[in-house]
Write a protein that binds this ligand. Structure first.
Ligand SMILES: Nc1ncnc2c1ncn2[C@@H]1O[C@H](COP(=O)(O)OP(=O)(O)OP(=O)(O)O)[C@@H](O)[C@H]1O
Ligand SMILES: [Mg+2]
Length: 314
């Protein structure tokens, strides 16, 4: 028994998702360690607003790719949405500004405003990860995602983002139309690209991202949950939404499972957990469910991470 299909040779990206606090970072770290132990060059990346890789690996990681272990090709990266947004602005800001300022009097704050469009952050996070994967510096990237809500938003995007931009485009096209009429009387700066061309470029990028995240041979989704009502509910929601978006979850890790009950407190807990484990088994017959037992100590440091690796992969 153990996780299925995620250590195949074609797998390039493993996304670890689930509700807050259920053990995503723990599982992602254990998976990354496993891959690195097999001799692969691995990057574990967290996009959690509260970066936590430094804590679990007991090594300062931060927003640069940092080698975690001298003996293994294991690297870590903690990216915040601020950094991702800043990169987006670096990449698209100047051309947006150039185009818009050619027909409207706006200052550079306008770019900041576009940067607040719903979905830009998520879209660009996906783009950032896709570029990391396709850049080929690593054999495999393990992505410790932010708690569920965020991940789901991420998938509803590119659409949300594009419809926002479409509305903005229509608005500007109307303005353009107006300028068309008066263009002989006002001087327009020559712009290399039109706004529509820029947006068409974003649209193409979006489509490429969606295609990338749906490629099941290269991207694997793993959901971590706990055997409690809330955990089961969230899992159903997350998996439902992922699958509506044609993203297949093959693995579910049920964490914090009580292994042996030697007191009344733990007997009660174990009975409660068994009920929910059974429910998850019934619901997800086609998937691989892996139990991860609750340890007496928090999971921190290489030795304990390695313990989780052994539990997950058998
Ligand atoms: N099987 C386990 N046994 C004991 N402690 C565990 C186990 N799994 C996780 N923990 C502990 O539970 C806490 C939460 O785990 P973790 O940080 O991996 O969750 P998370 O889903 O990443 O949380 P967040 O949503 O806040 O990022 C950590 O202190 C971790 O050490
Ligand atoms: Mg975490």
């Amino acid at each position: 028994m153990g996780l299925a299909g995620i250590d195949g040779s074609g797998v390039k990206l493993i996304m670890v998702g689930g509700k807050g606090g259920v053990g995503k970072t723990t599982c992602a770290s254990a998976i990354a360690l496993k891959m690195a132990e097999e001799g692969r060059k691995v990057l574990i990346i967290t996009s959690d607003p509260a970066p936590s890789l430094s804590d679990i690996f007991e090594k300062e990681i931060g927003d640069r790719e940092t080698r975690i272990d001298d003996a293994l090709e294991l690297y870590g990266l903690e990216v915040s949405s601020d950094i991702v947004l800043a990169r987006w602005k670096e990449r698209f800001g100047p051309e947006i500004y150039e185009v818009v300022s050619s027909f409207a009097s706006v200052d550079y704050d306008f770019v900041e405003y576009i940067g607040t469009a719903p979905g830009i952050e998520e879209e660009y996070m996906l783009n950032f990860i896709m570029e990391l994967v396709e850049g080929g510096s690593y054999d495999v990237v393990v992505w410790d995602t932010a708690p569920a809500g965020h991940t789901l938003r991420l998938l509803r995007l590119p659409q949300l983002f594009l419809s926002h931009m479409e509305a903005a485009t229509k608005f500007y096209m109307n303005m353009y139309g107006y300028i068309e009429k008066v263009k002989d009387t006002i001087r327009l700066k020559e712009s290399k690209k039109t706004l529509l061309q820029i947006i068409a470029g974003w649209e193409a990028l979006s489509e490429r991202i969606v295609e990338f995240i749906r490629d099941g041979s290269c991207v694997k989704y793993l959901i971590v949950t706990i055997p409690e009502a809330l955990g089961v509910k969230m899992t159903n929601r997350v998996i439902g939404e992922l699958e509506e978006n044609r993203l297949t979850v093959e693995n579910i890790v049920i964490n914090n499972v009580v292994r042996e009950a030697d007191c009344e407190f733990h007997r009660l807990r174990k009975t409660m957990q068994e009920h929910y484990i059974e429910e998850l088994r019934e619901t997800y017959r086609g998937k691989t469910l892996t139990l991860l037992y609750l340890a007496a100590q928090e999971i921190k440091g290489m030795d304990r991470i390695a313990g989780v690796t052994r539990s997950l992969f058998g």
